[in-house]
Design a protein around this ligand. Structure first.
Ligand code: FES
Ligand code: FES
Length: 154
């Protein structure tokens, strides 16, 4: 089936088999390798992408469902959020990191100044097997302060 959508601001048109998962389509066909397969069952969040402003598990979505939508992956997210993760030391093996950054982006777009509770809730769909979540939560707080700082300078 022919689909057309935007990926990180670029229009993409492709013919995709109806059975193909969005995760496989993004990784194999479009070479968006930041989207990771962990569990493949909607449990770990490693495959998270933004679809029309919401974070979605791409392992549970079909490629044909991307049709007409606006998709953002790690590649389309501002450096401030990525830098905050580095600054907080919130990256261990890094496998879960793109999914966390995608969920952070969705949260900060909605709540530029989130409470600790809001951060925990926003990251509930993402699992990290390497470490605790303290550094990741700090990364979100740092990202929030970076973004607020740059808005003031605009
Ligand atoms: S691979 Fe999609 S949620 Fe784990
Ligand atoms: S940094 Fe390794 S799974 Fe999260």
């Amino acid at each position: 089936m022919k689909i057309k959508f935007t990926l990180n601001g670029q229009t993409i048109e492709r013919d995709v088999p109806v059975y193909k998962r969005a995760l496989d389509f993004l990784r194999d066909d479009l070479k968006i390798t930041s989207v990771k397969e962990g569990c493949g069952e909607g449990e770990c969040g490693a495959c998270t992408i933004i679809v029309n402003g919401k974070n979605v598990h791409s392992c549970l979505m079909l490629a044909v469902e991307l049709d007409g939508k606006e998709i953002i992956t790690l590649e389309g997210i501002e450096d401030q959020i990525k830098d905050a993760y580095v600054e907080a030391g919130a990256i261990q093996c890094g496998f879960c990191t793109p999914g966390f950054i995608v969920s952070t982006k969705v949260l900060l777009d909605k709540h530029p100044n989130p409470s600790e509770e809001e951060i925990k809730e926003a990251l509930e769909g993402n699992l990290c097997r390497c470490t605790g979540y303290v550094k990741i939560i700090n990364a979100v707080k740092i990202a929030s302060s970076y973004i607020k700082g740059s808005e003031k300078n605009d």
